[in-house]
Design a binder for this molecule. Structure first.
Ligand code: NAD
Ligand code: TYD
Length: 361
């Protein structure tokens, strides 16, 4: 395992961080990065890799069965780390089709290809391969204020098309383990943040808008709660599962914090005030604008991470304040990346679709 690794979605936010993480941790691993380069993926996300000769980029669709099968055979892939997905809840509310296609059908195609090449053609013995599926805490649904945190045994109750498509893919992955003996693991992680996140998600969107003096949109009352994890910690958790995780198991991954959204946004504003005291937009919190809530907005997520801590000795290493400080500094030092990304990816169009007519609630 981990000699020849197929990373799907490696041009996106977490996938590109994972590629960089593996190249530092395990430079001899050969990485094949299969990514369609949708609006969320960019070649800009993996420029200047430490070990470019051990990274091959293939632009293609995970729904393309023959492409995937050929990659597994030709590259002698022994490990699949499956990130590729449509990942934004708001987009799943405006157009769910792509979520069903990529998240459900795409995962099915990858599982079928792995079953065929690994198990039927017996290219490898069963102990030397692994299909690791990246999933989310959103499959568990929403919590009331006093509910206990999600455990791996919490029944699935997804509420958005995004969450339902991820839940569906998790079920398929488990079914392939149970029915065909495919060696799988799954990690369900909370909200990630950090370098290279596309500025449609809360934290980079707030940073970008604050830098340009635009309103900072808070859905509803801003008291929705998420558990936030710095992306490098997520990569480290995946690495732990790949190396020490038990085949067939799922692991919850999270940052162990419970801030309401408004607290995240005010902390970013304070960090920007400190970094940029002469900005015309100081204090940045004056830009906060409450807008119409997301339909069906999950109120609270919380993760119980006892299993991964007790069994694999993993826990987050970057606390929220430090992670936000690093993230704000990264964006301030990568304005050129932001400029290219928002131009390249038809960003303005999405902003209009999602925010027009929503203000002033
Ligand atoms: P992202 O949207 O930044 O990146 C997704 C990548 O997948 C993009 O590079 C895109 O081009 C690629 N892709 C999309 N459709 C594809 C297809 N059909 N074929 C090949 N490539 C395709 O997403 P992310 O935030 O990096 O999330 C990665 C994974 O982690 C997803 O599975 C997501 O559900 C999961 N996850 C994300 C978070 C989070 O907070 N971002 C939290 C928990 C789990
Ligand atoms: P997001 O980053 O889209 O992640 P997710 O929906 O997967 O949790 O949103 C995080 C939280 O921030 C969520 O409660 C929705 C809220 N939010 C806003 O209040 N304003 C925004 O403009 C966005 C994009 C999100």
């Amino acid at each position: 395992m981990l000699k020849n690794v197929l990373v799907t979605g490696g041009a996106g936010f977490i996938g590109s961080n994972f590629i960089r993480y593996v190249q530092h941790k395990h430079p001899e691993a050969k990485l094949v990065n299969l990514d369609l380069l949708t609006y969320a993926g960019s070649l800009e996300n993996f420029k200047n890799l430490p070990n470019p000769q051990n990274h091959r980029f293939v632009q293609g669709d995970i729904c393309d069965q023959s492409l995937v099968e050929n990659l597994l055979r030709d590259e002698e892939i022994d490990t699949i780390v499956h990130f590729a997905a449509e990942s934004h809840v708001d987009r799943s509310l405006k157009g769910p089709d792509a979520f069903i296609q990529t998240n459900i059908m795409g995962t099915f195609v990858l599982l079928e290809a792995a079953r065929k090449v690994w198990l039927q053609e017996q290219k490898f013995n069963g102990n030397s391969v692994r299909f690791h599926h990246i999933s989310t805490d959103e499959v568990y649904g929403t919590l009331e204020p006093d509910d206990p945190a999600f455990e791996e045994t919490t029944p699935y109750a997804p509420t958005s098309p995004y969450a339902a498509s991820k839940a569906s893919s998790d079920h398929l992955v488990r079914a392939y383990a149970n029915s065909f003996g495919l060696p799988i693991t799954i990690s369900n992680c909370s909200n990630n943040y950090g370098p290279y996140q596309f500025p449609e998600k809360l934290i980079p969107l707030i940073i970008l808008n604050a830098l340009t003096g635009k309103p900072l949109p808070i859905y509803g009352d801003g008291m929705q709660i998420r558990d936030w994890l710095y992306v490098e910690d997520h990569c480290d958790a995946i690495w732990s599962v790949l190396n020490k995780g038990k085949v067939g198991e799922s692991y919850n991954v999270g940052g162990g914090n419970q801030p309401p959204n408004i607290e995240i946004v005010t902390t970013i504003c304070t960090l920007l005030d400190e970094a940029n005291p002469s900005s015309d937009f100081c204090p940045h919190a004056q830009l906060i604008t409450y807008v119409t809530d997301r339909p069906g907005h999950d109120r609270r997520y919380a993760m119980n991470i006892d299993k991964i801590y007790q069994e694999l000795d993993w826990k987050p290493s970057v606390d929220l304040q430090e992670g936000l400080r690093r993230t704000v500094n990264w964006y301030l030092n990568h304005i050129d990346w932001l400029t290219v990304i928002i131009k390249e990816k038809d960003y303005q169009n999405w902003v209009e679709i999602n925010y027009q007519g929503r203000e002033g609630q």
